[in-house]
Design a protein around this ligand. Sequence first.
Ligand SMILES: Cc1cc2nc3c(=O)[nH]c(=O)nc-3n(C[C@H](O)[C@H](O)[C@H](O)COP(=O)(O)OP(=O)(O)OC[C@H]3O[C@@H](n4cnc5c(N)ncnc54)[C@H](O)[C@@H]3O)c2cc1C
Length: 293
Amino acid sequence: MFDICELHEPATLREAKERLQAAPDLRVVAGGTDVLIRLQHGHLAGAGLLSLRRVPGLDAIRMLDDGTLEVGAMAPFTRIFEDPLVRAHAPVLAEASVSMGGPQIRNVATIGGNICNGAVSADSASTLFALDALLRLETLEDARVIPIADFYAGPGKVNLRPGELLTAVLIPREGYAGMGGHYIKYAMRKAMDIATLGVAALAKVREGRFVELRIGLGVAAPVPIRCAEAEAWAPGKQVTLDTLAEIAALAVKPSRARTSWRASKDYREHLIEVLVQRAVAEAVKRAGDCCAD
Ligand SMILES: Cc1cc2nc3c(=O)[nH]c(=O)nc-3n(C[C@H](O)[C@H](O)[C@H](O)COP(=O)(O)OP(=O)(O)OC[C@H]3O[C@@H](n4cnc5c(N)ncnc54)[C@H](O)[C@@H]3O)c2cc1C
């Protein structure tokens, strides 16, 4: 049994916002795959829950008129992985989505829950960092759109204001257009394991030279990060093995890897270097032919 004191299941987004404004301490539940485990472990004893499951439309995935790909916060990972718009325009997000959990988890776990949980190992995070994703956050009276990088405040901590709900992830056209991408999840087991390191690379290449490069890393620091120095160095450089090696070496610099039971600091840094090189090489290959603008 779960130790909860109340459960609200609003039928509209407005009702959800009203409830949360009236009682900001209510714990929002999306798929519940993180929340229910915390409840089971006794970390949320006596909590009141606000489930978003009955709110219509929050799971929609659509293309907006300006080319922004909008992924509703309640979209489960199976849906994201299978979605034709995601596959056509941001296949790297589909790749990250299918790498998380197992089929049962992917059927219920949502992208909104993955982000709001604030875990640095979240499989969507490094990819959304590399895609320059934005988050739409709404209260009853207000709405704001912020870069995902501004949302992460520390391990397990996010910048959600009282009464605020994440309603959508927005990937602007400039975030995905013409970019080839690749996500590598390095974990100790092939399935059902949290990432020891997550690497997402997006590359735009013309006539054998980098035009643009973006690299997102998960579990390389207390929050997901981008590799600014490597990204700034790459444009104009010819795609060669030496260039890839230099990008990989620069990508280690912003990391603040630490030793945990999963891996030592040195091993994680080694992984960053090796996996960035692989992810960028594959992104370059895919840049040629995979992405519709
Ligand atoms: C067996 C198992 C395997 C797993 N494997 C992986 C894995 O490989 N990779 C990975 O990244 N994760 C993994 N997870 C973790 C978990 O499944 C994900 O983090 C998932 O995306 C959480 O989504 P959810 O919808 O279940 O979130 P919930 O548990 O419902 O919520 C998570 C947090 O976000 C808040 N929240 C949720 N939605 C909103 C919203 N719209 N607005 C504001 N706050 C919100 C909740 O209040 C809560 O704090 C695993 C979990 C389990 C149990």
